[in-house]
Design a protein around this ligand. Structure first.
Ligand code: ATP
Length: 308
């Protein structure tokens, strides 16, 4: 369990991370989504113990990052932004060296390196110098490095940045496969990335958390959009009859037709309540022109949060 509480990070007078809190349970795949400069890398550097928070706390499996940084780092596999690897080493030598740095016992290193090379499909490139690899393959070396010590938590900063579409697909598969054994936090400014691999999204904007939601909750419609033609007061009277309705927001009134967005109480959603709402409106003599559950996409939500 990762627990981030009231995290603040300043650079001089500038507040890069402004009072961010969240919890991540074991096995989740969480996308940190935000524009360039939103604060994703800063959060990741603090989670991995490479940057001190100005204030606030981070605990991982009950360990405090300020007091037990090394113990926490042993649990984490980290792909930093821009994937720093040693270009003058071969893939296999670099991974062997990285395994030693991760504290993998010498007797196990070869097997771990072989396993990481297989998972990241680097076998053909294993003896090649890293500076002769394409960006996508170099990125795979970075991911292979992060897997060597079988971490419980994988933190990947922009793992698909600069990759071509087939490499992106390969990286997504790799992340999903890694997520079977580890909690994964990845950062990206690409919505499709989150949609493709994550089961939860945290949107960061200007250093603040503006949304934290499970993907399935975002996908399920939460509002019912209704368009009617009715005399004043009749819509109000009809909707008051429906106990499940929590709120009514008028969207437009062009003198001819009126549109409303309805939200519902806890367990009831627009799908279940639509027939009851329709009967109530018809009983009051309202002409019903349209009724549909609102389809929200991550894109529309991202734009909504940007407009706030
Ligand atoms: P990107 O998607 O471009 O990598 P990001 O969401 O990862 O962006 P950060 O790199 O965390 O954003 O940066 C957050 C803010 O903090 C930015 O405004 C950035 O310019 C600023 N910042 C980051 N590192 C430093 C630093 N060492 N000194 C001063 N400002 C910094």
């Amino acid at each position: 369990m990762i627990n981030v509480n009231r995290l603040i990070r300043t650079y001089g007078d500038f507040t890069a991370i402004d009072d961010v809190s969240f919890e991540i349970a074991q096995g989740e795949i969480v996308g940190l989504l935000g524009h360039n400069g939103a604060g994703k890398t800063t959060i990741m550097k603090m989670l991995t113990g490479f940057l001190e928070p100005t204030s606030g706390s981070i605990t991982i499996d009950g360990l405090d990052i300020r007091e037990q940084r090394e113990a926490i780092q042993r649990k984490i596999g980290y792909l930093p932004e821009n994937c720093p690897v040693y270009p003058e080493m071969t893939v296999i030598d670099y991974l062997n060296y990285a395994a030693a740095l991760h504290g993998v016992p010498e007797a196990e290193r070869l097997e771990r390196v072989r396993e990481a090379i297989t998972k990241t499909e680097l076998t053909e490139k294993a003896t090649q110098f890293i500076n002769t690899l394409s960006r996508g393959y170099r990125q795979r070396v970075g991911v292979a490095q992060s897997l060597l010590h079988h971490p419980d938590i994988l933190i990947l900063d922009e793992p698909t940045n600069g990759l071509d579409p087939s490499q992106v697909q390969h990286m997504r598969n790799l992340i999903k496969e890694a997520a079977q054994h580890a909690t994964v936090i990845l950062s990206t400014h690409i919505l499709q990335e989150v949609q493709a691999v994550c089961d939860r999204v945290i949107i960061v904007r200007a250093g603040q958390k503006v949304l934290d939601s499970r993907m399935e909750d975002l996908r399920s419609a939460s509002r019912l959009l209704v368009t009617v033609q009715a005399e004043p007061g009749k819509v109000d009277a009809a909707l008051k009859e429906v106990a499940e309705i929590q709120s009514v927001k008028q969207l437009s009134d062009d003198s001819n037709r009126q549109s409303y967005a309805l939200t519902f109480r806890d367990q009831t959603g627009p799908q279940q309540c639509a027939p009851v709402v329709a009967s109530a409106l018809l009983e009051q003599g309202c002409a019903l022109y349209a009724m549909q559950p609102e389809q929200r996409t991550l894109e529309s939500i991202f734009l909504e949060t940007a407009a706030r």
